[in-house]
Structures are given as structure tokens and as C-alpha cells.
Design a protein around this ligand. Sequence first.
Ligand SMILES: [Fe+2]
Length: 421
Amino acid sequence: MPSLPSWERPPSDVAAAVRTIKSAIRARIEASGRSIDEIFGVVADLVSVRAGEIRAANGAAGTAWPVLDYADIAAGTVSAESYSLLRRRGCLVVRGHFDREQALNWDRQIVDYVDSNDFFETYRGPGDDFFGTVGSKPEIYPIYWSHAQMQARQSERMANVQTFLNSLWHHTSEGTEWFEPDRNVLYPDRIRRRPEGATSKGLGAHIDAGTFDLWMKAEYQQAFRHVFDGSIEQFDPWSAAHRTSGSQYPSTTMTSVFRTFQGWTALSDMDHDQGVLQAIPIPEAIAYLLLRPLLGDVADDDMCGMIPGQVFPVTERWHAPLLEALSGSPDIGAGDSVWWHGDMPHAVAPVIDQQGWGNVMYIPAAPWCPRNEDYAAAALAALTSGASPSDFPDEHYEQSWPNRFQTDELNHYGRQSLGLD
Ligand SMILES: [Fe+2]
């Protein structure tokens, strides 16, 4: 079978590299005896069946999103039916992940933290144009090191849910343990705060997992080998094989770590019609996104509107059948958490005159593996100096803030997840 060229660093001539990789993948698929249209058709049929199922679930039960109680995760009493629905949908809400009063307290602490350091008087606006491809300016702030965020990140309750989520993935294959499901990396991310009365366009649909690198880096070509070699029926979106070493192409905003699930913890109540998170709850959607630019109606040098340095957009023009499955989360209470498979397309719904606040802390599930261990060292260095973590723009608001979280306040989970124990 023809091999694929790869670029370990971003190509200097992106358009030329896109032309080269697209024709190489097409040739590889055709060498299997199948056409690109046939392979894409397999995925498109699956998407169509799932979208119908998801729309029906959104109508009948009110939501296609699986919902679990934290108590069942902690006690290990999640049913086999719940597991299979989780694997089918790739997203979930964890009710009562944290005590409601705890979450509301954290929300107040974050306000005190940023107010005491005059953050909103000095905030210079977004540090990059990462969401330019989806035409959005999300209300996401570059705050990483509050006590509230660190307490949540290093809590036993967070570790329990992360370990549960990791276990939905297949972490061992080909004689390799790709990651350790019961040990997690502390991944510092930002906060979103959307005030009462806010009118927001939300955030257009996108994926976080990567951009051009998903087609162009050798490691991703291995991870998605069944998408690119004509054996699409064997593609398993829950396989961690070849996902846990290597890295993304650098960008001002990126995801150096392998995340089994991206997620956030709610610090306020958010009803389902108040600009909530939306997901396309089809874990196989990534195969659709990777194959779509190879079809004949996309220009040879175009990856369906992707722009270097910006997020991977999921759009009506190129991905309409996927967007038919876009499903908003149910009502979320303070202390609940919301999770979606790390490759899954997601968006934030627009809202007009929002009722109540819409505040969250982003905390993903990133299990221990070579790739994440590397980043843990970078995260520890950023914590120590109060810098913005290296996956995010160089904004560094907190370096001079006296009341940020300090390294000597790490507990066992915090130390373990930063590689100190
Ligand atoms: Fe995202």
C-alpha cells in the first residue's frame, strides 16, 4: 500500500502540503480496492442513522445526553446499559460531581480573586484569534491559578470521575499500555464567566483535537490508519493506540496533552435554553471530518475552510449532516460537570438576555502517558511562576498576584498529577 508523506513540523507551504497529503491518502484508499466516495459513504451512513436516533432522543426524553450521578461513579455502580450508551454518545453530564454549595463558594472565590487583583480593569482582551474560523469571541478568561480551580483539579472527586472517563477508552493494545487509566495529569485551563443579562453569539462548532496535524503527522496517521487506508469499519474512536506520544503542531492556543474527555465544572445553574454546551454526540464524527476534504467538491488545497493557527471549524457548508445531530446539554446545576470525547465536535449555543450567570471552570480528563507527562512538567513550571501555561497565549496576568495558589498547597492528587510523587 502506498505510504503517506508526513510533516513533523508545520509545513511552510500549507497549500502545497494539503495537495500532497490529500492525493496520497486518496491513492492509499484506492489501493485497498475501494473508492474515497465508498469509504466516506460508510461514515456518512453511520452519521445519518445516529443523527436520526439522536434527534429522536432529544425529542422524547428531552436530551440525547447520558446523565450519571457522581455517587454511582464513586461506588462503581454504573450499569452496563449506561456504559454502552456512553460509548455510543461520547458525552455525559455528571450530576452532583461537587456539592452545590462548594461550587457556589468557588464561584465567589474566583470573583474575589480576580477583583482583588483588578483583573477586569487591566484585561487587554483575547490574547489570540484562535476562534476566528468559527466567528466567535467566547467569554473565556486567562485565569489559571485560583485556589478554586486548583482545589477542584486536585480533588479526589475529580480524580474519581477522570479515572472513570479514562476507562471508557481502550488503553492497551498491540502489546502496549498507551496510558495509565487511574493516574491523571493536572491540566490547567481557563474559566468562562458570562454575566446575567448577557447576549452572546456563543461559540461556533469545532473540534479541539488538532488541525492540519491530524492528516500530516506520522503519529496521527497511525492513530487514524483505518480512516486513511480503506479499512474504515475497523476504526475505533475509543482506541488510544498511537495517541499518547508525539505532539500537536504549535499554536498560540493548542492541546499538547491527550485528553480522553474535555470537560468543565459548572459554578452556576444554567438552564438548557441559556447558551449551554452543545455536542455532536457521535464519537465516529472525527472520521467524517477527516474524510470530507478528500471528496471531489473541495478544492485541492483546502481542508474545508481550515486556517493555520485557528481552531478546526465544523460548518454548515461542509458538515451539515453532522450539525443535524448537534444536541444541547440538559439543565446544569452548580457542581455538575459536563464532558465530551476529546475528538468530538462541540459548540456553545447563543443566548439573548441570559437568565442567571454562566460560569464554568475547564478541567479535562488527561491520563498519565508519555505525552501528558511531558506537559505535566510544563504545567508545574507555570504553576510555580504563576505564568500562563504553554498551551495558551503569553498573557501571564497572575504572575504578580499574591493570593494565587502555591506549590506547597498541593495535596497528594495534585503532586501525583504534576509528576512530583
Ligand atoms: Fe473547544
